[in-house]
Design a protein around this ligand. Structure first.
Ligand code: TPP
Length: 632
C-alpha cells in the first residue's frame, strides 16, 4: 500500500483538510506502516493498531500544541508519532539513535513526558491542567489522558481521580477499554467495565434511551442538549459509570473507538463540559490485523514476523534460552516441591513466562494487575502467616513498590523472595525500562539479602537458597540469553562469592551476569601475558569482604563489573568495604552504568558503548596494568 495521505501529513494541522473518508483511508495507511515495522523488528503492535482512529480523532479535534496530551504508559504512541511529523523516520523505531518506542520530548513538542511505566497519566494530566489554570493563560487549555483498561486499576489512577474534582475544570480522561492488559485484564475494575459495556447506551437498546431522551427538547445548543441528555440518562439509571460520577467525573460512554466521526463528535461535546470527564471508549486490541485480534497476547509486542497478506504470518522466534526461562522453570520446581510457595506477578505473566505455572498452579498463582505496590504488601501478608511468596516483577517496575519493600517486608524481616527480571539494560525499550537502579535501591535495607547470578547455573540455586532463608531475599538477572560458564560450580553459600581463579596481575570481580564477559576478557588478557583472576560475587549483600579485600590487597589492580548504576551499586559497596578496612582503594576501578540515563538500543550495542563488553573490560585492565607497571 502506498501512503498517499500519510506522506502528506507533516503535523496534525493537516488533518483539518481531510474528509471523513480520507481520514478513514489514513487509518488504513497507518496500520499498514505499523505492520511493515513489525516485519522488520520486534516492537509494540496490537495496542497501536487499536488506537489508530482514537489518535486521529484526538488530533483532529484538539490542538495539542496548546492542549495537553498524555498517553498512559506510552507503548501505544506509534500512531501519534506518525501524525506528529515522524513518519519519515518511522523505520528507525527502537533502533539506537532512532525514534524511541515511547513518548520522547526530545523528538517532538507533542510528547510532553518520557514515559514507559503505567498509571501516571491522570496525575500528570491533572497537574498540567492545574498549572495551566493557575497561570491563567488567556485561552483555556484541555488536558487529556488516554489510559488503557489494563493501566486503569493502578492505585495512582484512583489517587488522581480522588483529587480531580477540586483541582481541575478541564480534564478529560479517555479510558481505552480493549478488555486486555498484556494478558487478559484482571480484577474488580475489569468486571465493572464489563458491566458498563452492557449498558443500553452502548448495546443500542435504542427504544429505552429514546424514551428517556425524548423528554429533552430538540431545540437549542447541541452541547447543552447533550449534557441534559446525559443527566436524564443518568437519572434513569441508563448511563452507568456511577462509580466515576460519584468520584466527581462526568461519565460518558461507552462509545465505539473505531468510528472517527463518532469520536470527533464526542470529543467536541466533552470539550464544552465543565469539570473532569471520563470518556469510555471501546476498542479492539489488534484492530485491522486478523492474527493480532485473534491472539492479542502474542501480538502485544511480537517477535519480528513475515507478513503474507492479512492472514498468514511466520513469527521469527529467538531460539536462545533466556534468564527468564531459567527463572520460571526454577519457580515451577519450587511450586511443585513445596506447597507453601506462591508466585505473584503484576500483569507480566507473559513477560515473566509464567503462563504454564498460572495454568498448573492456579491457587498459588496471583496476577495483581499493574499494581506492584499491592503485590509486595500482599506478599508480606502471605509470608507473615507462613507462606513463601515469590514476587516476580521486572526490576524497573518494582520501583513502584519501594516503600512496601522497606516497610512491609524488610522492616518486618519477612521471607519474601523478589525475582527482579530485566535487571540491567533492557535494550530497545530504553531509559524507562532499563533496570539499573536496583542494586542501589535494594542494598540500603537491613535484613534484605541481595543476589545476582553470575550465570544460569546460579539462578535456581539462589532461588532454592532464598526459599530456605529466614528473611527477605532479592535475586536480580538480566534480559539476556542464559549463558552457562563451563566450570565446576561451587555450591552457593550465604554471603560467599565464588572464586573462579586467582590471578597474579589483577582481578575482575563481577556481580551478576556480566561474569561470562569477564571470563572472555581474562582469556584474551592471558593471551597477551596478563594473569587476571575472576571472582563471581554472587552476593551484593552481604558482601563477601573476605575474598574481595584479599583480591584488593594482593593484586596490582581490581576491576568491579556490574550492569547497574555505579552510584550506590556493587562497586560502591566494594569501595565502602575497602575504606572501612583502611585499605588503599586507588587501584580499584569500577565498570558500570554512569550517572546519566542510557538511551535505547540493543543491549550488546549499549554495553559496548559503555565499555562493558569483553573489549571494554580488556581495555580497562590493560590501562590499569600499564599504570601499575609504571608505578613500580
Ligand atoms: C508500572 C508498570 N508495570 C507494568 C508495565 C508493563 N506493561 C506495559 S503495557 C502493559 C499493559 C497495559 O494495558 P492497557 O493499559 O490496557 O493498554 P493496552 O496495551 O491494552 O492498550 C503492561 C502491563 C508497565 N509498563 N508499567
Amino acid at each position: 500500500m502506498t501512503q498517499k495521505i500519510l506522506s502528506t501529513i507533516q503535523s496534525p494541522d493537516d488533518l483539518g483538510n481531510l474528509s471523513l473518508p480520507q481520514l478513514e483511508q489514513l487509518a488504513d495507511e497507518m496500520r499498514d506502516v505499523l505492520c511493515n515495522l513489525i516485519a522488520c523488528r520486534s516492537a509494540h503492535f496490537a495496542s497501536n493498531l487499536g488506537v489508530v482512529e482514537l489518535c486521529i480523532a484526538l488530533h483532529d479535534t484538539f490542538d495539542f500544541r496548546r492542549d495537553r496530551l498524555i498517553w498512559d504508559t506510552g507503548h501505544q504512541v506509534y500512531p501519534h508519532k506518525l501524525l506528529t511529523g515522524r513518519f519519515s523516520k518511522f523505520d528507525t523505531m527502537r533502533t539506537k539513535g532512532g525514534l524511541m518506542g515511547y513518548p520522547n520530548p526530545a523528538e517532538s513538542e507533542y510528547d510532553l513526558f518520557m514515559t514507559g511505566h503505567a498509571g501516571a497519566s491522570v496525575s500528570t494530566a491533572l497537574g498540567l491542567a492545574s498549572g495551566d489554570e493557575l497561570l491563567r493563560k488567556e485561552e483555556s487549555r484541555h488536558s487529556v489522558a488516554v489510559i488503557g483498561d489494563g493501566a486503569f486499576p493502578s492505585g495512582v489512577v484512583f489517587e488522581a481521580m480522588n483529587n480531580a474534582r477540586r483541582q481541575s475544570e478541564k480534564l478529560l480522561v479517555v479510558l481505552n477499554d480493549n478488555q486486555m492488559s498484556i494478558c487478559p485484564r484482571v480484577g474488580g475494575v475489569a468486571d465493572y467495565l464489563d458491566r458498563l459495556r452492557i449498558n443500553p447506551m452502548y448495546t443500542g437498546l435504542k427504544d429505552e434511551i429514546a424514551n428517556v431522551l425524548s423528554k429533552v427538547p430538540l431545540l437549542g445548543d447541541p452541547t447543552e442538549r447533550f449534557i441534559v441528555q446525559l443527566k436524564e440518562a443518568a437519572k434513569a439509571g441508563l448511563s452507568g459509570g456511577m462509580m466515576f460520577e460519584d468520584m466527581g467525573f462526568r461519565y460518558v460512554g461507552p462509545i465505539d473507538g473505531h468510528n472517527i466521526g463518532l469520536l470527533r463528535k464526542y470529543f467536541k461535546m466533552v470539550q464544552r463540559i465543565e469539570g473532569p470527564v471520563l470518556l469510555h471508549v471501546v476498542t479492539e486490541k489488534g484492530h485491522g490485523f486478523t492474527p493480532a485480534v485473534a491472539d492479542p497476547v502474542l501480538y502485544h509486542a511480537p517477535p519480528q514476523f513475515e507478513r503474507r497478506e492479512n492472514e498468514i504470518v511466520t513469527l521469527k522466534k529467538s531460539s536462545s534460552r533466556a534468564y527468564t526461562h531459567v527463572a520460571s522453570e526454577a519457580i515451577e520446581n519450587q511450586l511443585r516441591n513445596n506447597s507453601r510457595v506462591t508466585v505473584l506477578t503484576a500483569a507480566m505473566c507473559q513477560g515473566n513466562k509464567l503462563e504454564k505455572i498460572r495454568d498448573e498452579f492456579p491457587e498459588r498463582f496471583f496476577d495483581t494487575g499493574i499494581c506492584e505496590s499491592h503485590a509486595v504488601a500482599f506478599a508480606a501478608g502471605q509470608a507473615k502467616v507462613g507462606m513463601r511468596p515469590i514476587v516476580d516483577i521486572y526490576s524497573t517496575f518494582l520501583q513502584r513498590a519501594y516503600d512496601h519493600i522497606f516497610q512491609e517486608v524488610a522492616l518486618q524481616n519477612l521471607p519474601v523472595t523478589f525475582m527482579l527480571d530485566r535487571g540491567g539494560l533492557a535494550g530497545p525499550d530504553g531509559p524507562t525500562h532499563h533496570g539499573v537502579f536496583d542494586f542501589g535501591y535494594l542494598r540500603v535495607f537491613p535484613n534484605l539479602t541481595v543476589m545476582a547470578p553470575g550465570d544460569a547455573h546460579d539462578l535456581p540455586a539462589m532461588l532454592d537458597f532464598s526459599l530456605k532463608h529466614e528473611g527477605p531475599c532479592a535475586i536480580r538477572y538480566p534480559k539476556a540469553a542464559a549463558v552457562e560458564i563451563d566450570r565446576e560450580v561451587a555450591p552457593l553459600e550465604f554471603g560467599k562469592s565464588e572464586v573462579l581463579s586467582w590471578g597474579t596481575d589483577g582481578c575482575l570481580i563481577a556481580c551478576g551476569a556480566l561474569l561470562p564477559r569477564c571470563v572472555e576478557a581474562a582469556t584474551r588478557l592471558r593471551q597477551q601475558g596478563l594473569d587476571i583472576g575472576i571472582i563471581n560475587a554472587r552476593f551484593l549483600k552481604p558482601l563477601d569482604t573476605e575474598a574481595i579485600l584479599r583480591a584488593i590487597r594482593e593484586c596490582s589492580f581490581v576491576v568491579t563489573v556490574e550492569e547497574a548504576a555505579l552510584a550506590g551499586g556493587f562497586g560502591s559497596a566494594v569501595l565502602e568495604a575497602t575504606a572501612d578496612a583502611g585499605i588503599d582503594a586507588s587501584r580499584v576501578r569500577r565498570l558500570g552504568i554512569p550517572d546519566h540515563y542510557i538511551e535505547h538500543g540493543e543491549r550488546d550495542e549499549l554495553l559496548a558503548d559503555l565499555g562493558m563488553d569483553a573489549v571494554g573490560i580488556v581495555d580497562a585492565c590493560k590501562e590499569l596494568a600499564g599504570n601499575s607497571i609504571r608505578a613500580l
